[in-house]
Every structure is written in C-alpha cells, then in structure tokens.
Design a protein around this ligand. Structure first.
Ligand SMILES: [Zn+2]
Ligand SMILES: [Zn+2]
Ligand SMILES: [Zn+2]
Length: 482
C-alpha cells in the first residue's frame, strides 16, 4: 500500500492556498496555543494529560467557528495526530478504566476552574477527539466525495494535515477501525461523531478500510448495529452531532465514495439485513417527519432510500413493509423488464473507470482505451482486450456481445434518461434473433456490475416464462432467501 492510495490534500485544488493569518490575530494565537497544548497532552495515548471538558469545548469551538481550522491543519500536526491516536488506539476494558480515571483526575485538576459534570468523562474525551478529527478531515472528504477519485498526497509544497497514510492509521487499519467502532459504542447515542469519522475514513481511504470490514463479519456487524441504533433513535435522541447525519454519511460513503462498486453496500450489510432493514425504515420515517432540519433531510433521506429499496428487493418482503412514500417506487420495480436491467448495467459500465477484462491484474491502474466497436468497454491494453474478446473470465465472450452493443449504443444512451433509452433500445433491437437477445441477457445476468437484486428480478422473469437460466451458477446462493 502506498500513500497515494488514499484521498489526501492535493495541490490541484485552487482553494489550497497557504493559510494567512486571519484578521483576528489574538483569536488565532489563542487557538494556536490551545492546539499545541492539546497536542502535547495527547503524546501518551494511554494516559492523556488534558482535561476532557476543555477538549470538548475546543472541539465545539472548531466546529462552529472554522476560521482557524486551516491554519491549524498547516501548523500543528501534533494536535490532529494526537486526536487520531486517541481514537484509533485499541483499548481493553482495563485500559478504558485507566482512561476513565485519568480523565476524572484531569478534569478535577483543570486550571480552567471547576467543571461540574456527571457525564462519563472517558466517553466525552473520545467523542471530543472524534469531533476534532472529523473537523480536520472535512477538507479532503468533500473533495473525495465531489471528485470521485483519490488524490496523491505528495504534490504540494506546504504541509496541510494529513500528509501520509500513517497519519490516518497510526496503528494497523484493522486495529484502528475496531477502535473507532469501540468509540462509537462507548459514546453511544449521545453523539454521532465516531460514526462520522468512520464514514469519513471510508470516503477518503476506502482501499484500506473496506477490506478490513469485508474480512471481518464481526466488525461489519458491530458497525451495522451502531448505524441501526442511531437510525432507530433518530427521532428522539438528544444529541450534539445529528445522528441522522452520521448514519447517513456512513451509508453514503459506502455506496458512493471513490472506488465504490455497485454491490459493495449489499455485500457489506446483507448478513445483517434483519437488524438494518427495520432501522432504515424507522429512520426514514423519522427523517421525513423532521420538519426542522431541512439540510439533514436533503442528505439523509437519499442516503437511506437505496438501501431500503435494495434490501427490500433481496429480502422479498411485501410492499406494505416499506415506508409509505417509497411504496410507489417499488411498485414500479416489480414491473421491471430486461431493458431496465440492461439500462442499469450499461450505465454502471459506462461510469466505472476500470479495465473491463475480468481477470485483469490491475484493473484500476491505467489510462484506458475504449473498444473501437462498441465504444463502451475500457481496457488497459491490447492483451486485456484480446483476452476479454475471446471470453476469458466470462461465459459470454465480448466478441458475442460487442456487435450487439454496437447496434444499440449509437442511439440508446445509458447515461441519458431511462425512457429515451428504452425507446431507442426497442427500435435498435427490433430485428435481433433469439440467439442475439439470449447472448445479451446472459451477458447482463453474469456481469458483476449488474446489481444483485436485479439479477434476482431476472431469475423471477425467467421463472415467470417457465424457464431457467441454464449453465449458470445461481449468484444468490450466498444470500439466504426468506
Ligand atoms: Zn477543563
Ligand atoms: Zn486490464
Ligand atoms: Zn466492444
């Protein structure tokens, strides 16, 4: 793994100017001193020396007044590093007791006077550190989400935090992720910041984060449980960071972050669908009826909706089990035909910047060339194209579908509106033979970019016509159908 695999600060962004001191020099000096002090108080992550109540106050300050965040990102790496170390450090039960005692003592001895609080100060400390990490990563996070790509971290002449992968992962990614989930569990429903950090990590460092989760059902279950709890409590929780946003961001990052593949979200949550689905519906209804938080609703509901639809399809539940406002959409899905599935698949291929050869050794690597006949499939080189043409990796060879795609795609645009695609497809395929239509169907059925629930719809369609799809392994064997 190299540092260039994760999204980071990048000199290409024109906003990235070396921070100048703000108008308010005194405010800057105050923040700078506070950050330096916190940075050194976090040197020993086992026994941090700072006061958790004051840390939380500073976290709130940086969240509400972002004026000096950029300056601190440039000048005080120890501050951000210390907060990352605090929240990514694995802690046993005993270590948590040590931390709790240290925090209680630090708060009692704080120079800022007497803090009267009955809260769990260890959880307050972890929560505050998560809030700071989230504030510090906002700049690379928004670019990762907007530009859908990762960045090289090595291009700019000044030093905006974070610079290297190890600044995000002071311990092994698997340990860091587990520690962050522990933070979320400890902080519980009082704040969404640990989950926001997890979502941000997923967005900016997917290449490190997703494999950790996919190799551990236990970690997936724990984070899905946090998301589900957050959603279930969404309407009532008296929280600092809107829980809506934290669950929504995590689900969004999993589905839409740079390098996301269409089935990543389902693969991630499918084993825990019975926990997640009801929570998604509860959270969706709560978000819908929340009339005060318009911004939250704007991001939150679209983040949940695709999970609800896809899980509902895979679980084969009745329409009545869905939130009322989503039901009409599903009625439409039930009428879905092959052309709708093909529209989704070709759109996914067109938007996925990977080598189309299934056995390509480095599918994300290169500058791609497009097949000169169909103008759709991308390959890194002639060898990949030749292998794919002759069908290595798929049952359907590209040479069997390329001429068909070449007849469809000049008029039917999978990146355009669906209805226009359907009309153009119908006209272009009017003279297709049964074999030609069959090849196209097999191609769509076995393609990894065809979403799982659409393949299931495909099976249903075949069954409705009294047939099956011969010679193909059922891709849903891994899904326990209910
Ligand atoms: Zn204090
Ligand atoms: Zn290739
Ligand atoms: Zn082609």
């Amino acid at each position: 793994m190299s540092d260039s695999e994760y999204a980071s600060s990048d000199g290409e962004d024109s906003d990235d100017e070396v921070p100048v001191l703000t108008q308010d020099v005194d405010a800057w000096k105050t923040d700078l001193e506070a950050a330096k002090k916190i940075g050194s108080s976090l040197q020993d992550a086992t026994r941090p020396t700072g006061c958790p109540v004051c840390l939380l106050a500073f976290a709130e300050h940086l969240t509400t007044d972002k004026t000096n965040v950029r300056g601190l990102l440039t000048h005080v790496h120890s501050f951000w590093d210390g907060c990352v170390a605090a929240v990514t450090r694995p802690r046993s039960k005993n270590a948590m007791r040590v931390l709790r005692a240290a925090m209680q003592r630090n708060s009692n001895e704080c120079d800022e006077g007497e803090h009267s609080t009955s809260d769990d100060l260890a959880s307050q400390f972890l929560d505050a550190a998560c809030q700071i990490v989230y504030a510090g990563l906002a700049h690379i996070m928004s670019r990762a989400s907007q530009q859908k790509r990762t960045f090289s971290s090595l291009r700019h002449g000044y030093t905006l935090w974070p610079q290297t992968r190890s600044e995000l992962f002071p311990v092994e990614p698997a340990e860091a992720i587990a520690a962050l989930i522990s933070c979320a569990e400890v902080v519980g429903r009082t704040s969404g910041y640990p989950l926001l950090v997890l979502g941000t990590y997923m967005m900016v460092a997917r290449a490190q984060v997703l494999p950790v989760f996919m190799q551990s059902a236990a970690l997936r279950q724990r984070v899905v449980q946090v998301v589900a709890d957050t959603l279930t409590n969404a309407s009532s929780a008296p929280t600092r960071a809107q829980p809506f946003m934290s669950a929504g961001l995590f689900l969004y990052a999993l589905r839409e972050g740079p390098g996301a593949k269409p089935d990543d979200p389902l693969d991630f949550v499918i084993d825990f669908k019975d926990i997640l689905f009801p929570a998604l519906c509860t959270g969706f209804d709560a978000g819908k009826s929340n009339t005060t938080d318009a911004v939250g609703r704007e991001y939150f509901l679209p983040a949940l909706r695709p999970y609800i639809l896809r899980l509902h399809a895979v679980m084969r539940l009745p329409v009545a089990s869905l939130p009322l406002t989503i039901q009409p959409e599903v009625q439409r899905n039930y009428k879905m035909q092959f052309v709708n599935i093909l529209y989704v698949l070709l759109g996914n291929i067109s938007r996925t910047r990977r080598c189309a050869h299934k056995r390509c050794p480095a599918p994300d690597a290169g500058a791609f060339k497009t097949c000169s006949a169909c103008h759709l499939l991308r390959y890194c080189n002639v060898q990949c194209q030749r292998d794919d043409w002759n069908g290595r990796g798929y049952n359907v060879k590209h040479k069997d579908v390329c001429p068909l795609l070449a007849r469809i795609l000049p008029t039917a645009d999978p990146d355009g509106p669906e209805l226009a695609f359907i009309h153009a497809y119908t006209a272009a395929t009017a003279n297709f033979s049964v074999n030609e239509t069959g090849s196209l169907a097999y191609y769509a059925f076995e393609h990894e970019l065809t979403p799982l629930e659409l393949k299931m719809r495909f099976m249903d369609m075949a069954a409705e016509k009294g047939g099956n799809v011969p010679g193909f392994q059922n891709p849903f064997d891994r899904v326990a159908l209910t």
